[in-house]
Unconditional design. Sequence first.
Length: 129
Amino acid sequence: MTRNAISTGGAPAALGPYSQAIDADGVVFCSGQLGLDPDTGELVEGGVEAQAERALRNLAAVLDAAGVAWADVAKTTIFLADIGDFAAVNAVYGAVMPDPPPARSTIGVAALPKGARVEIEVVARRAGR
C-alpha cells in the first residue's frame, strides 16, 4: 500500500501529529475539520452554522488538494458538541452534498478541540479506482 500525505494552506494546519489527509492507494482519508479560519487558526464567529460551513470549506480545500471532489466522497462523519445542533448542521451540510449524498454518521460528543461545536471528516475515493 502506498500512503501519501495531503496538505494545503486552504485549510488550517493540523493541531497535532496528524496529516490533513492521507491518500492510500486512491482512497482519501480526511482528518476531521473544525470551523477554523485557515489564516488565523481561530474558530469563525456566527454559531454552529458558520462553523459547519467553514469546516466544509476546509474539507473542500483538502479534497481539492488530493485531486478529488464532493462527488467522490463515500462516507462522512459529523461530531456535534450538542446533538441539539443536528438540524442546523444538517441544513448547511445538505446544501453542499451531491446527489446521491454519501453515507453518514452523526455523533454527539462531550467536547471538541478549541471549544468547537462541530467537526466533520470524510473518506473519498479517486474516480477510476
